[in-house]
Every structure is written in structure tokens, then in C-alpha cells.
Design a protein. Sequence first.
Length: 202
Amino acid sequence: MRGLRPQSCQPSVWVSLDSLPVRNRLQGLRHASESALASRQNRTVAVGLVVAAAALYHWLQSWGRATPWIFPDEARFAEASRAVVDSGTPEVRGQFEVLGSLHAYLTAPAWALADVADALSGVALINSVAFASAAIPVYLLARTLVGPWSGLAAAAAAVAIPAAFYTSTLMAEPLAFPLVMWAAYGSARWLRDRSLAVSYTH
């Protein structure tokens, strides 16, 4: 008939977000996101507990130690730390001490204590915290290789090695350990990012 226009035969493309399949899909994505976030937070707390427990354990183990016994290294490190308190510079017999200078600055607050026994305990506490902090880079590195929970086990094992006895000494090894682990993690991240960048350009 003249004067009548045919109606469009195109199907409607509108989808209601209230439809059951779409709503279930959105709820599933939200629950998965919340679950992943909670799991990540749990692992972060677990790593923190590993660091705290290791630091406390190694510090308590140092209580029975009254005097240095690794000579002459401990004497040099102690003198350098005391010099930081007195002059602000790690010196041994008036000469700048390059070896262990970072450790001298780190442990200098402990030597501000008047009692030598308290100073040794303070150094042991600083060493214990520094050594235990190596669990963080170990976890970050291991989780990329063996997964998050196995990475957590690797982090706990890393701060339970026999070399932890250095935390009760005046040596710089407790600080060197986490620094090496951070360097290893940083190198691994750099190599991974570089490999990804190369693969994208080819």
C-alpha cells in the first residue's frame, strides 16, 4: 500500500546487563578479582612474618655471645662504626675504611649506647633484621620460577641457612646477603624485560 514504509528487519543488538548469564559472568569476574587480591595480601603478610620471625630468632640466638671472636675483622668493623658516632666518618686508625663502610653507618646507632654489651646486642639486632630482609628479594625472584607459595618456602629457607650465625658478629656479611639477593632479583628483572622488549621488536 502506498504511504506505508516497511519496518526495519535488523535484529536488536541491545543486551541487558540484568540478564542471568551476563550477571553471573560479572559476579564471577568480581569474585576472582577479590580472591586474587586476598591471596596476594596473604602472601605479603606471610613474607613479612617470615622476616619478623627470622630476625627475632637470630637476635635471640646472639644473646649468649659476650665478646667478639673473629679477629682482626670484628675489631676493625667496631672501630669504624664507633668512628661514625664520633666524627661521622668510618675510620680505622685515622684512615677512611672503605671495606664495610656501609655496614659501619648502618650499625653506628648501636655504638651510641654507653654500655658495650648493649651496643653488641644492638648490632646483633640490626644485623638480624638486615639478614632476615633477604627473604623479600628471594621471594620475589623465586615466585617467578616456582610459583608464589613455593617462593615463600624458598624465602623461609634462605634466612635459615647456617651462615645466619654471622648476625651475632660485627661482620658485614648480614648486610651483604640481602644486597646480593636484591642485585640478583634486579638482574633477573632486567634480563626478563630486555628479552620481552627484543621479542616485541622482532
